[in-house]
Design a protein around this ligand. Structure first.
Ligand code: CUA
Length: 337
């Protein structure tokens, strides 16, 4: 541990440690950084983090000063820090005071993740699966308005209620820049309030080990202004026009290969509910839950090699289809906007 070694050198040496830490922290920016919050709950969590960081730095420096004090002041000064008094003050009183202040503060920040929302607030049910996110937008009367996958659209400036469920194992929903982290547990319904206070694309990631492709269980939260969100929701709500289907060779291959048994394409007789809803897959940024950019080449690659790209996923590999056929399916799907 290089930091521990330097600390023995005293207070001045500890100052040498700080610039590299500051440099490291300055790298903590980007689409998935809890230190660059873009929502009220995330801002409170970031502030809590900085308070704890500042406190730990102050305590670290205090310990170094106490450590150096007897060595710098000669042997008679050592007795001023008698073991009994140090244990009572440093080991009992000090932690009780610090933790008594930190605990209610931390609990209060946690309650912020679960704040009350207006009765007419947007409600979205997220059903986590190995290894993707089913995202159901709830309309009036708690009825399903439409279902999408791996992409969470949010209107900027509105608290949105997420209803979190899991179909198989425990997952954890986390968009570090927008809100706290909350588990999705089979047989239990959890709740999380999320809000973006600026437009942007924020990466989210499953934060609980859930199997071999846990690290590949990502998604994007896309925050857009309210009017843009309304347009998006209207478009997602619409089924695909039925007349476009019979004329597309990719649509014929999609039907012949039984893709509609697992996937849904509303308007095109594909009603599967065990795999991502593809009704508007062409409008999404990625495929494979944040894994690949949504391009025809990547869809064709995924169709044949999804088990190498995402080990253990439940979709069969369609290796028997030649590249031309796979690109035809990709073209059909890419046009489902
Ligand atoms: Cu889902 Cu880790």
């Amino acid at each position: 541990m290089p930091i521990a070694k330097r600390a023995r050198g005293g207070v001045s040496a500890s100052l040498l440690v700080l610039p590299p830490i500051a440099l490291l922290l300055s790298a903590c920016r980007g689409t998935q950084s809890a230190l660059e919050p873009s929502g009220p709950a995330a801002a409170e969590i970031a502030l809590l983090w900085w308070v704890m960081f500042a406190g730990s730095v102050a305590i670290f420096l205090l310990v170094l000063i106490l450590l150096c004090y007897p060595f710098l002041r000669g042997s008679e000064k050592r007795w001023q820090l008698s073991p009994d008094r140090m244990i009572v003050i440093g080991g009992i009183v000090f932690p009780i005071v610090v933790l008594s202040a930190l605990l209610p503060y931390g609990i209060n920040v946690g309650y912020g993740m679960n704040a009350a929302v207006a009765d007419d607030a947007l409600s979205i049910r997220i059903n986590a699966r190995q290894w993707w996110w089913e995202i159901d937008y709830i309309g009036k009367g708690s009825r399903l308005a439409f279902s999408t996958a791996n992409e969470l659209y949010l209107p900027v400036g509105e608290p949105v209620e997420l209803i979190l469920e899991s179909a198989d194992v425990i997952h954890s929903f986390w968009v570090p820049r927008l809100a706290g982290k909350r588990d999705l547990i089979p047989g239990q319904t959890n709740r999380l309030v999320i809000e973006a206070d600026e437009p942007g694309i924020f990466r989210g990631q499953c934060a609980e080990y859930c199997g071999e492709s846990h690290a590949l269980m990502a998604f994007f939260a896309v925050a857009v202004p309210a009017d843009e969100f309304a347009d998006w929701a209207r478009q997602q709500h619409n089924p695909q026009p039925a007349e476009t289907r019979p004329y597309h060779p990719g649509a014929v291959l999609f039907r012949e290969n039984g893709c509609g048994l697992c996937h849904a394409v509303r308007g095109h007789d594909a009603l599967g509910r065990t795999a991502p809803d593809l009704t508007h897959v062409g409008s999404r940024l990625t495929i494979g839950a944040g894994l690949l950019a949504n391009t025809p080449q990547n869809i064709a690659l995924w169709l044949a090699h999804n088990n190498e790209l995402k080990p253990g996923n439940r979709m069969p590999a369609y290796r028997h289809l030649n590249l031309g056929d796979r690109l035809a399916i990709a073209d059909y799907l890419g046009n489902l906007e």
